[in-house]
Design a binder for this molecule. Structure first.
Ligand code: ADP
Ligand code: MG
Length: 199
């Protein structure tokens, strides 16, 4: 079973990975965006880590809801509301249980990803974070490691796609040949989840 501590470890690991990969995320956001994705997420997750330490929420749902709210209020740009919605809706779906199973987490994350799709209007194949989130959640039924691999593959598979949502879509065909920054950071979220699970 996964308790609040597990979810705090997940967010701490995500913060560390975003810190480590911030420059790369911003570099990916240069040719097809406005070169701020790394700094956006760094600001957001730094705030998440600080708030979780200060408020010490006691349930899995409360950890994710609080983290999502922080992302929405601190990250400018498209990715803040989208990631914020992902975590907030996943947290809400977990309710106020003190511990949840991996299956419950997979189900809740599915709700969160559906909310991201509803908010942003992106389908798989539109070259967005959805291209990593959807296969990751599908693979979560198998294991945390499988979810991480699926997210990595989904992120890499955005390279040949033409963007149909977000800033990159303004470039039309010129968005082809670049990996999507948001799909890349979504894969980091699942790498952090695998780390938290100690797999
Ligand atoms: P901005 O584009 O406002 O500068 P970021 O650079 O932080 O915001 O995030 C860009 C990422 O957000 C993109 O790489 C893409 O994955 C994701 N994104 C943008 N618009 C959408 C959308 N409508 N649906 C899903 N993801 C999106
Ligand atoms: Mg950007």
């Amino acid at each position: 079973m996964l308790d609040a501590d597990f979810f705090r470890r997940w967010m701490t690991a995500a913060t560390a990975l975003v810190d480590r990969e911030a420059e790369r995320l911003t570099a990916l956001d240069s040719p097809i965006g406005d070169a701020d994705h790394g700094s956006n997420l760094q600001r957001g997750f730094t705030a998440v880590a600080a708030t979780l330490e200060k408020e010490a929420p006691g349930t899995p749902g409360a950890v994710l809801t609080l983290a999502g709210r922080q992302l929405i209020s601190t990250v400018g740009g498209a990715s803040g509301p989208l990631y914020g919605t992902l975590l907030r809706r996943t947290g809400k779906a977990l309710g106020d249980a003190a511990e949840v199973s991996a299956e419950q987490l997979a189900e809740a994350l599915r709700t969160g990803v559906d909310a991201v799709r509803a908010l942003g209007g992106a389908q798989p194949g539109d070259k967005t974070m959805v291209d990593a989130l959807v296969p990751a959640v599908d693979a979560l039924a198998e294991s945390f490691a499988a979810a991480r691999t699926a997210a990595d593959e989904g992120a890499r598979a955005t390279t040949p796609l033409q963007a149909r949502k977000g800033r990159a879509s303004y470039l039309g065909e010129r968005s082809i040949g670049h990996q999507d920054p948001g799909a890349t950071s979504a894969a980091l979220l699942f790498a952090a989840l695998e780390e938290a699970a100690g797999e």
